[in-house]
Each structure stands twice: as structure tokens, then as C-alpha cells.
Design a protein around this ligand. Structure first.
Ligand code: PRX
Length: 638
């Protein structure tokens, strides 16, 4: 495949960027010609950020799987689409060519149909990182069902909340998942979730770990048995459902500053164009290269840069089931050498954790195939950037620092590998079509360079979220009401003298723990579920590996107070049950009161400073109801 829209030089970037801002409709009209549409659009863009209403390629119809699969068959049918590396390096890897993946997606799409899945139905996918996860995602898209993938680390309660919110009647899962030396009983977690979700009609279970599972008559079926039925039906072909560009492709839940995760909605046409455009340009993908994105498909990074971006570009995408430190810290490097990986895209938290293992992880590893490196998910500190550049990239691979969000569908700000300059810890320049602005607290635009403020975007791009599922008002309030006519990212940012952007972190009550977004209110709600807890306040603090750690201040009922260690363990267990292990606080400090204003508002600023180790400059504490409480908290700091 060739990519006529791939930008090749810094000068060209500036030209293209200018055009994308001056004539956005003509610009995207032109880019969109490179895809397979069943019917072309009547209008490129219709929008206002007030409601918000965002529609790209109005009137067009397509099926994204024809772009990701069918259109590659003739010339690149035998090109590997997916390479799968299992958790256990001794187990055989798998390679699926475009022909094979196309076949398997159609087969499973027919399974979905046989099980009553129709266009517009919501299908929840809760699986480990095996090829069948990508197949399930694409099969949903094939039949026009809306997939909602839930990361395998979320608890039964979290799944139940999401199933209810999406009213998902279908689930695709596995008996279990392998991750490092763990075996996670996915189907068991689903069974617990379904106690509260009687509306679920069908659970399709794929075999992976052979963990014993209970299969409920009339509800649960095996993936493999259903495939056999399709085989005996004879015809594996499954036509691609004709979807409007603005039909929903998927829902992906993410945390915000309130207690309840929201279902970010992406649609078929715009998301496809955006995922592909950014993949081709940011990574400067060349046909034949092996792209290794280490994320999980349970997060947006996996959706966009393991599945839809690479496959729509006819690329070879490497999918890894395990974790970077299993069986040892050399695993990423072993995989890189084994498959001659060209592009490695990972998270700063993985880099920082590997840094701690020293040089021995590289013994016997060449890494000579690597051409480009990337990071995503959180700000990368200079030390980690340099380590990555020197030890992994051998000082010859450009690093792209891609800033984006679940809501943005794909990268908004990043350098382009080897084409636009990198600057350590800077995401650098906006993608064509992206118009960032920095604003002050009052919403006034901060112009010029060498400035900082809250990061907003003032014009739509094709892959932006359209709504939050089932609650458009929440979408408006969260993203479009803070500043008039702007999309508010929730991130703080600075712009240097050359116009490069550096993301400084969240400015709302959202934490970024190991690149995963966790709302403080969500963690507080979970802690407060424990029957001994009276009240809690959660803040972030700098953590060497995770980027941010979770610090919880907890008031425990005096009647139920006993062994502190046990109380801590009980709270951790509660959070694991309610959200999942990823949200467990790193530190829990028991306190007798929280710093509150006279109107009852918790002064998180003070708690944050104490958690960060600051004892002196806590700011004005005179407005507190009880200033003494601050002294007590300072003394008890962990
Ligand atoms: O704070 C930013 C941070 O991650 C947030 C988005 O999280 P999520 O929706 O889970 O998506 C993560 C993967 C795209 C952002 O608001 N973030 C993401 N990438 C970067 C980043 N912060 C700094 N630099 C980045 N490259």
C-alpha cells in the first residue's frame, strides 16, 4: 500500500498544517479519498461545540473492516496482519495473514449473527490479549454491532456498571487470561458481574487457559463450538454491514472527575480516517515494517494502534499477551529481535520500570532492527527519555512522544518520526487539523510563546468523541462547558519559544497511574464502600515508576478501629472488588479529620502538597474549619 498523504519533511509538515487549518474541509475531503467508502459524503463537516454536534463525512457509508481487511486482499493477502506473541515464550507464536484474518473475522461475524447479534447491538468484550480479541472486535464492526472492550483488570462490579450503562446484551470473553505468572479467571469475573445483569442474553467463551468454568445453560456457549456450527453451514462469507459514517463504531469507558466512568463514543468514518492518518504520519510507517504497540486492546491505545490504525494501513501489527518483566526484564528486547521489530511503541511507566533492572536485560540482545520508538500515556521525564534513546534506540531511532486521550481517538500532538524534530519530554507539534490553544482560568486565550495554561482544542478533528453514551449532556458539561466554544482536554500544558507543546499533567481530579486514568472520586467511592470508613480523600503524588501514585486519607470509624495493617488490607481488597486492582491506593493514611473549608469542601490542594512531601508552603490554611487537622495529617504522613 502507498500513502500519498504521508508527510516527508518539516517544510511539508508546515505547508500541510497550514492548509489543514485554512481549508479544513477541502483538506479532509482529499485525505478521505484514500479509503474505501460504499457511498461518498455529501458534506465533509458540520459542527458546533455548543451542543456539541460533530459530524464528519455526512451522508457517507462504509464498513471499517473492508478498509482494514478486504481492500488488502488482492495485493497483500499473504502479508502478515497480526503476529501474536504468547505470554509464555516457550509456546508457539501465531501469524495471521490478511487473508487468514479476513476469513476468521467473517467466520466469527457469522457466529455473532447466529447468536442474534444485530447492527447497533452493544457487545461487551472482556478478553486477554489473544488474536481472538482482535477478531472479536473486527467481527463486531463487520456486522455493525458496537463493541465495548473492558480491560481484563477491571472487577465484576466495574463490568456490571458498564454493561448496565451500555445495556449490552452480548458478551465475548475467555475462560481465563495469562499475564506473567498469573492466570486471571475472566469467565468467573463475568459470572459475578452477571448476577446483577439479567438482561445479558449470550456469553461466548473462548478457550485459553483451560481454567474450569461454569457454563450456564441457555446463556453461555463456547467460541470453538460456535465456529464449528458456522463451518458446517458451509459458507464463511459475511458481507460487511453498510454503516453511516456517523454510526457508532465503539464505546470505551474512561474515568473522569466524577464517580462514574463515562462511555466515550467513536463513530465509523471519522475515527477510521483519523486512526489511519495519524498512524501513517506519526510512525512514518513503511510497507513491510513490523509495528509493536505494547498496549492492551482494553485501552484506546490498543484500539487505535494495534487494531484499526495499522490494519487500515495494511501494516503488520504485533500483539503481545504478556508483560515486560516476564519471564524476565529482557522480554521486550527478545520479542524485538525475534520478529525484527521496526517500530516499538510503549508507555513511560514500562520504560521507568525496566530502567530499574540495569544493563543485564540487554545481554545477548541486538535491537538492530529498530528504526523508530514511541511513547504514550503520560509525560515522559527526561531521564527515561534518554535511557530509552540510548539503550533501546542506540541513539539512532527517533522517539515520538504522542499526546492524546481516549476522547481524541488518536494522536493530537506529536512529532513525526524522523520528519519533525523531537524534544525530550515534549509532545512537540500538533497533527494537521489540530488547533490547540492555551487558556487561563477565566478562559482567555494565552497567545504567544513561552507560556503555559490549560490545553483546549478549538476546531474539530475527524476522530474526536461525539458523545458520552446515553448521556449527551454529560459530554457537553465535561468537555465543552468549561470554556466557551472549546474542547477542554483536562490537561495543563506549556508552549516553548519554538511553539512546541509540553503536557504537564491533569489539572482536574483525574490521576494518571502507570498511564491509566483513574478518577479520585471513583477511588473515594470505592473506599467509602468499606463499612468501617467514614470518609476519605484521594490525591496523587509523584511515583518513580507509576508516574503518579494514589494516596488515600481515610477517616475510620472509631468504633471499628483495630489493627491498622488489617484495616489497610481490607480497604485495598474493597477497592479491588469495586474497581479493580489497578485502582488500589499505594498509601493509606488514617486521619481523624480532613481539611475542609467552612462550606464543607475538602481542600485537596493541601492534601496533595502533604502527599508530595511538602510541609512548609501549604498556602493559606486560615479559611479551614479546623486548621489543627493539618498538623495532625502532616505528622502522620507515610
Ligand atoms: O494527561 C494526558 C495523558 O493521558 C491522558 C489521557 O489518558 P487516556 O484517555 O487513558 O489515554 C491514554 C492513551 C492515549 C491525557 O489527558 N497523556 C497521554 N499521552 C501523553 C499524556 N501526557 C503527556 N504526554 C503524553 N504523550
Amino acid at each position: 500500500m502507498s500513502y500519498p498523504y504521508q508527510i516527508k519533511s518539516l517544510e511539508q509538515y508546515h505547508e500541510v498544517y497550514k492548509k489543514s487549518v485554512e481549508q479544513p474541509e477541502a483538506f479532509w475531503d482529499n485525505i478521505a479519498q484514500n479509503f474505501l467508502w460504499k457511498k461518498k459524503w455529501d458534506k465533509v463537516l458540520e459542527w458546533n461545540f455548543k451542543e456539541p454536534k460533530i459530524q464528519w463525512f455526512q451522508g457517507a457509508t462504509l464498513n471499517i473492516t473492508e478498509n482494514c481487511l478486504d481492500r488488502h486482499l488482492e495485493k497483500n493477502g499473504d502479508t502478515p496482519a497480526l503476529i501474536w506473541e504468547p505470554n509464555d515464550p516457550e509456546e508457539h507464536h501465531r501469524v495471521l495473514t490478511y487473508k487468514e484474518l479476513h476469513f476468521k473475522v467473517m467466520q466469527f461475524a457469522n457466529v455473532l449473527k447466529n447468536n442474534g447479534v444485530k447492527k447497533g447491538d452493544r457487545v461487551c468484550i472482556y478478553m486477554g490479549m489473544i488474536p481472538e480479541l482482535a477478531i472479536a472486535v473486527l467481527a463486531c464492526a463487520r456486522v455493525g454491532a458496537i463493541h465495548s472492550v473492558i480491560f481484563g483488570g477491571f472487577s465484576a462490579q466495574s463490568i456490571a456498571d458498564r454493561l448496565q450503562d451500555a445495556q449490552a446484551e452480548f458478551i465475548i470473553t475467555c475462560d481465563g487470561a495469562f499475564r506473567g505468572n498469573k492466570d486471571i479467571p475472566l469467565k468467573g469475573v463475568i459470572d459475578d458481574a452477571l448476577i446483577a445483569c439479567k438482561f445479558v442474553k449470550r456469553v461466548i467463551v473462548c478457550t485459553r487457559t483451560r481454567t474450569p468454568v461454569s457454563m450456564i445453560k441457555g446463556r453461555d456457549v463456547w467460541w470453538e463450538d460456535e465456529i464449528k456450527k458456522v463451518e458446517t453451514q458451509g459458507n464463511p462469507f459475511c458481507p460487511a454491514e453498510e454503516m453511516s459514517a456517523e454510526d457508532i463504531l465503539f464505546i470505551l469507558y474512561t474515568s473522569g472527575s466524577t464517580g462514574k466512568p463515562k462511555g466515550v463514543v467513536h463513530t465509523c468514518g471519522g475515527y477510521m480516517v483519523w486512526a489511519n492518518y495519524t498512524f501513517v504520519n506519526v510512525f512514518q510507517y513503511q510497507p513491510g515494517e513490523i509495528h509493536f504497540c505494547t498496549a492492551d486492546i482494553g485501552w484506546i491505545t490498543g484500539h487505535t494502534y494495534i487494531v484499526y490504525g495499522p490494519l487500515s494501513a495494511g501494516a503488520t501489527s504485533l500483539m503481545f499477551e504478556g508483560i515486560p518483566t516476564y519471564p524476565d526484564a529482557g522480554r521486550f528486547w527478545e520479542i524485538t529481535d525475534k520478529y525484527k521489530v521496526d517500530i516499538l511503541y510503549t508507555a513511560p511507566t514500562a520504560i521507568r520500570s525496566l530502567m530499574g533492572f540495569g544493563k543485564s536485560q540487554f545481554i545477548g540482545k541486538h535491537l538492530s532492527s529498530l528504526k523508530k520508538l514511541g511513547t504514550v500515556g503520560e509525560p515522559i521525564n527526561e531521564e527515561a527519555w534518554q535511557w530509552y534513546f540510548k539503550n533501546v534506540g542506540k541513539e539512532k531511532c527517533p522517539i515520538v512522544d504522542t499526546w492524546w486521550q481516549t476522547e481524541t481517538g488518536a494522536t493530537l500532538i506529536s512529532n513525526m518520526a524522523g520528519v519533525t524534530p523531537a524534544k525530550p519530554s515534549y509532545a512537540t507539534l500538533p497533527m494537521p487539523g489540530v488547533q490547540p490553544v492555551l487558556v487561563d482560568e477565566a478562559g482567555k486565550e494565552i497567545v504567544g510563546n513561552n507560556v503555559s495554561g490549560n490545553l483546549c482544542i478549538k476546531f474539530p478533528w475527524p476522530g474526536m468523541l461525539r458523545t458520552t453514551y446515553g448521556d449527551h449532556e454529560r459530554c457537553r458539561q465535561t468537555y465543552f462547558s468549561t470554556y466557551e466554544n472549546l474542547y477542554f482536554t483536562g490537561d495543563g500544558c506549556l508552549r516553548d519559544a519554538d511553539g512546541n507543546y509540553r503536557i504537564t499533567g491533569r489539572v482536574d481530579d483525574v490521576l494518571n497511574v502507570s498511564g491509566h486514568r483513574i478518577g479520585t472520586a471513583e477511588v473515594e467511592n470505592a473506599i467509602n464502600m468499606h463499612n468501617g470508613v467514614v470518609e476519605s480523600a484521594v490525591v496523587g503524588y509523584p511515583h518513580d515508576i507509576k508516574g503518579q501514585g494514589i494516596y488515600a486519607y481515610v477517616i475510620f470509624s472509631t468504633e471499628m478501629k483495630h489493627d491498622e495493617d488489617l484495616m489497610r488490607k481490607d480497604i485495598l481488597q474493597t477497592v479491588s472488588r469495586i474497581i479493580g486492582a489497578i485502582a488500589k491506593p499505594d498509601k493509606i493514611q488514617f486521619v481523624s479529620g480532613l481539611p475542609k473549608t467552612r462550606s464543607g469542601k475538602i481542600m485537596r490542594r493541601i492534601l496533595r502538597k502533604i502527599a508530595e512531601g511538602e510541609t512548609e508552603n501549604l498556602g493559606d490554611t486560615t479559611t479551614l474549619l479546623d486548621p489543627n487537622v493539618v498538623e495532625e495529617i502532616k505528622k502522620g504522613k507515610i
